[in-house]
Design a protein around this ligand. Structure first.
Ligand SMILES: Cc1ncc(C[n+]2csc(CCOP(=O)(O)OP(=O)(O)O)c2C)c(N)n1
Length: 637
């Protein structure tokens, strides 16, 4: 029987000897590789925290002690050590284990939000609460990567934690030098300098020992010696800035030496005040393919880069073309250069791309600064992470009517990363922003077209949003309606019953819906608005010529494109029912994109059924073949 099979919870770790722990670490690595290669997942980060997670669970007493994993993508080992070995094969599959901590899965899981840089704030609050509630026997542990530590929230938290001397809080900085790519910036350099300084530790130790033995203590020579020692230390080993902030610092520790990590954590636990433990690990350790991968250390399998034929790649290619023509166009990424497709732009114009770290808020306001100085920044981020920078978009960019283009990759349902990764908020949030223009390309050709239009806008911000995955086939307009593309007129012999406006890729779904409805004798005009904000006023007259308006979007239903269309028609006294189809305003579980869309009723089949029923209700006298009723649980308005 393997070592891992004996682990049903953290208590089973406590009696193991060092040999058994080493065997266990090996078995965990084998299982991580075997599973994620099949299911997809965050392989590199988890391979790097095997010994660290074992040590955490041996030193602390979860769930009494609370463990918060920053981002949570590195919590697979924690899952394995807390009784989920048997289910691990279902990782990231519909109905299976989630790719992040999940309270429904285990009492050992706490923070499910996979947006980075929050752990120290959660931990600060938890520790303060336990102090206030008189529960001093609990310790709160936060595990944060050097990448996540570049986010502003982490620094806001550190500022507070430094003053919270009563908090029993252990912050573990898991420093592997990498985010998706090497972590950049002053902090990364500081951590690197501390790492390098390890080599001089012996010299410093020698000086320290010599001084303590010197018979000159208290004399003038001692002062000179002491000054020289400090100077040498500053020269050889930079001041650890956490200490300068007033936070106790332990490290750097070799994060793959389980015994050493345990010793450091026990010291930190006993200290009784906030302590930061700096652990050095190697992302991808134990899997040559990951360790030697110079692109991203297999941060994720399959890789999150802009694969040929993906929306990200089409965007990236067009950025290179725009960059050649427009020297004022610059690009910003928040630690996701390759995943967002900006890699080629960076290669072509290295001075015109800024990786700001996991710092979406700074990215947007920094873009505002670039725009104020006459450039046109393109900020490429995943849709879900734009939530972070809403105020920056609203007040720092839009209020000043600055020409900043936000390119939102992974907009809509993303799939196996679950609730926190679906890009289903931006379409509503951006509708709130005065002066914002939102483009939603339906196919690859429109990505290029709309991106070019967006960077031409000089009097305010623009958004270009597109989904995850591969672009599909291209469809040309059969006519124009204002600035919109008409993709399909009602089939021959059918009256214009339904005006269907599908935002972005949902325009393509609309075409399939139209085919199905034609089979039921329902005539459909399918339009692609191209720009979902402002809503094209040509829709007003077009609506009057139909009996029902339908909108379909890959975004939450509340406050998105559909609501904007309904409001436009109401404002113009168009007495026309508008059925708005989109994602239910809920936290949607993980699954494939198709599975999630199916459950949300956003497939051609579901949509056609509901529209057929709505048309039948509108014209009860007409003899139309009605479809079977919607299954229970489907939203029927
Ligand atoms: C707010 C936010 N922006 C971007 C991401 C995407 N992201 C996930 S993990 C990661 C890198 C994390 O690096 P680090 O914290 O050092 O952890 P490691 O994977 O190296 O262990 C990024 C950028 C995110 N999760 N949250």
């Amino acid at each position: 029987m393997s070592q891992l099979e004996h682990i049903n919870g953290p208590e089973d770790l406590k009696g193991l000897n060092q040999d058994q722990l080493t065997r266990l670490a090996g078995e965990i690595r084998d299982l991580l590789i075997e599973t994620t290669v099949r299911t997809s997942g965050h392989l590199g980060p988890n391979l790097g925290v095997v010994e660290l997670t074992i040590a955490i669970h041996r030193v602390f007493d979860s769930p009494k002690d609370k463990i918060v994993f920053d981002t949570g993508h590195q919590a697979y080992v924690h899952k394995l050590l807390t009784g989920r070995v048997a289910q691990f094969g279902t990782l990231r599959q519909r109905g299976g284990l989630t790719g992040y901590p999940c309270q429904a899965e285990s009492e050992h899981d706490l923070v499910e939000n996979s947006h980075a840089s929050t752990s120290l704030s959660y931990a600060d609050g938890l520790a303060k609460a336990y102090t206030l509630r008189g529960e001093p026997d609990r310790t709160v542990v936060a595990v944060i990567g050097d990448g996540a530590l570049t986010g502003g929230m982490a620094w806001e938290a550190l500022n507070n934690i430094a003053a919270a001397k009563d908090s029993r809080l252990v912050m573990i900085v898991n420093d592997n030098g990498w985010s998706y790519q090497p972590t950049i910036g002053g902090l990364a350099e500081h951590l690197a300098a501390i790492r390098v300084s390890q080599r001089y530790e012996n010299v410093l130790d020698y000086i320290k020992t010599t001084l303590s033995r010197a018979p000159l203590v208290g004399g003038p020579l001692y002062g000179a010696f002491h000054g020289a020692k400090k100077g040498l230390k500053d020269f050889l080993q930079p001041q650890v800035m956490f200490e300068d902030l007033g936070i106790k610092y332990v490290g750097p520790i070799d994060g793959h030496d389980e015994r050493l990590v345990e010793t450091a954590l026990r010291r930190a636990k006993d200290f009784g005040e906030p302590v930061l433990v700096h652990v050095i690990t190697r992302k991808g350790l134990g899997y040559a393919e990951a360790e030697q991968n110079t692109a991203d250390r297999l941060h994720q399998v399959p890789a999150a880069g802009a694969a040929p034929g993906s929306w990200s790649r089409v965007f990236g290619d067009e950025m290179v073309a725009i960059g050649a023509r427009r020297p004022d166009v610059v690009a910003i990424t928040a630690a996701m250069l390759n995943p967002t497709g900006l890699g080629q732009f960076a290669a072509a114009y290295p001075d015109r791309v800024h990786d700001v770290g996991i710092a979406e808020q700074h990215a947007v306001t920094s873009a505002a600064g670039l725009a104020m100085a006459g450039l046109h920044p393109v900020v490429a981020i995943y849709s879900t992470f734009l939530n972070r920078a809403f105020d920056q978009t609203l007040m720092d960019v839009a209020l000043h009517k600055l020409p900043v283009t936000l390119v939102l990759d992974r907009a809509g349902v993303t799939g196996p990363d679950g609730a926190s990764h679906h890009g289903m908020w931006d379409g509503s949030l951006m509708q709130l922003v005065p002066g914002m223009k939102i483009a939603a390309p339906r196919d690859g050709k429109r990505v290029a077209e709309l991106l070019n239009e967006a960077v031409e806008v000089s009097d305010g911000p623009t958004v270009v949003r597109f989904p995850k995955g591969k672009v599909g086939g291209e469809v040309e307009a059969v006519a124009k309606l204002g600035g919109m593309d008409v993709l399909r007129e009602p089939a021959e012999g059918l009256s214009p019953d339904v005006l269907l406006a599908g935002a972005g890729v949902m325009a393509m779904t609309g075409l399939e819906v139209a085919d199905r409805l034609a089979g039921h004798g329902i005539g459909v005009t399918v339009v692609d608005p191209r720009w979902t904000k402002p809503v094209d006023e040509a829709l007003i007259n077009a609506a009057r010529q139909h009996k029902l308006v339908v909108t379909v979007e890959d975004n939450g239903r509340t406050g998105g494109f559909g609501d904007a269309v309904a409001r436009l028609l109401r404002d113009h006294d168009v007495d026309m029912p508008v059925k708005t189809f989109g994602l239910p305003q809920e936290f949607l579980a993980h699954g494939t994109r198709d599975e999630v869309l199916d459950e949300a009723g956003l497939t051609p089949q579901h949509l056609a059924r509901q529209i057929t029923e709505a048309v039948a209700r509108r014209s009860p006298g007409e003899d139309r073949e009605t479809a079977t009723p919607a299954p229970e649980g489907q939203p029927v308005e």
